[in-house]
Design a protein around this ligand. Sequence first.
Ligand code: CAA
Length: 418
Amino acid sequence: MDFALSTEHLMVQQMVREFAQREVAPIIRECDRTQQMASFVLERMAALGILGICFPLKYGGQGMDYISLGLACEELEAVDTTLRVVMSVHVGLNSLGIFQWGSEEQKERFLIPQVKGEKIACFGLSEPGAGSDVANLSCTARKDGDSYVLNGEKMWISLATKAHHALVVARTNPEAQDPHDGLSAFLVELNSPGVSRGDIHGKLGVRAGSTGWIAFQDVRVPEANRLGEEGEGFKIAMSCLDNGRYTVAAGATGLIRACLEASVKYATERKAFGREIGKFQLIQQKIAYMVQSYEAARLLYLRAGWMKNKGLRNTKETSLAKWFATDASFQAASEAVQIHGAYGYSDEYPVERYLRNAKGAVIYEGTSEIHQLMQAGYALGYRQDGQLRCELPPYDPDVWLAETTSESKNQKDKVKST
Ligand code: CAA
């Protein structure tokens, strides 16, 4: 068992940390206040290769592994959740889904521009009336000649108004005996006629990010844009969530670290009753719990990343990592506010933002309650994972780093030169 990060991992960690701390940290409070994503964020993440970090060079990626993806998410969310959300939807829920289930032709048309960050992608699963209960979503896709006609509405969609592409799950067979089998997945170009979308304001957290809705009215989607086979939509959606939840787990770990760092700093500066407050045991206990949860959350997500690298099914381990890290990040943020006292209750310090942001992650990509049911299901033997028709490809440096064009080599050099 090797707990050490490789030189490449450390390089990714350093590059993403520098980007987030130097370029985003100084402006994030204002973005949160104005509920606007900083205009340069997506462009810079693309230019630095972060949006294509874990994809093979031949698809325009950086040739790094899945652990690198997790490390990048940890660094991004240590500054703000909204940065990691970009990775969750663009990389985890969409691009990795195409990488796993898409045809070479779909990879050419959708994956490559996404990996290069020329096109931004989102994930259309949740609806106004369906979040946890995926199998009963109501968006429909009716076959008509060599295309499908998409109708319905998707809700709580991160990057809804920023994205060019969406991976949308819709019902193709309303007659299916088991509703799970009636769903299919589609790659939808969001400039298609019949697509409308908007932002949702007034959220508790992730205010510097973009969350919205997308409505489809008789939107024609070519059959060639169906991801996987008809009826595979539920499994595709769940496998995308296995990747999205991994990025959420890694990001929440970064949020715990941010709470810990802010709390240690404040506890060694603030004085009460003649001493710095870090000398008081009740403050020390809160800090100790943050250390404990950071280390445990980190090990859980790194194990899930290692399993992805090896090509091992990790639905159970990723669910555990997501559940633990997000619950722990909410707890850490709440205690960080408590340590900061009245100052923690204002945005003079970042911890109130951490608390508001942390609450979202215990809801999206599977509520903590869904993950508890999953874990109990595995333990009791009610739940088992079968072989999928398309598994996420295991990381193989020979494949990931095989260069097909000089352009892909230039992509790889981006990480090295930043
Ligand atoms: N990968 C591939 N296949 C999977 C899978 C996975 N991770 N999990 C389950 N499946 C397969 C099963 O093997 C089963 O296949 P068979 O029929 O061949 O046996 C089939 O799918 C049905 O599985 P289940 O019986 O487990 O389905 P279920 O209805 O009991 O659902 C659930 C289980 C855990 C409740 C699941 O529906 C779930 O995770 N719900 C939460 C959904 C969620 O996370 N929503 C968040 C939306 S996205 C978002 O939040 C993003 C945003 O931007 C805000």
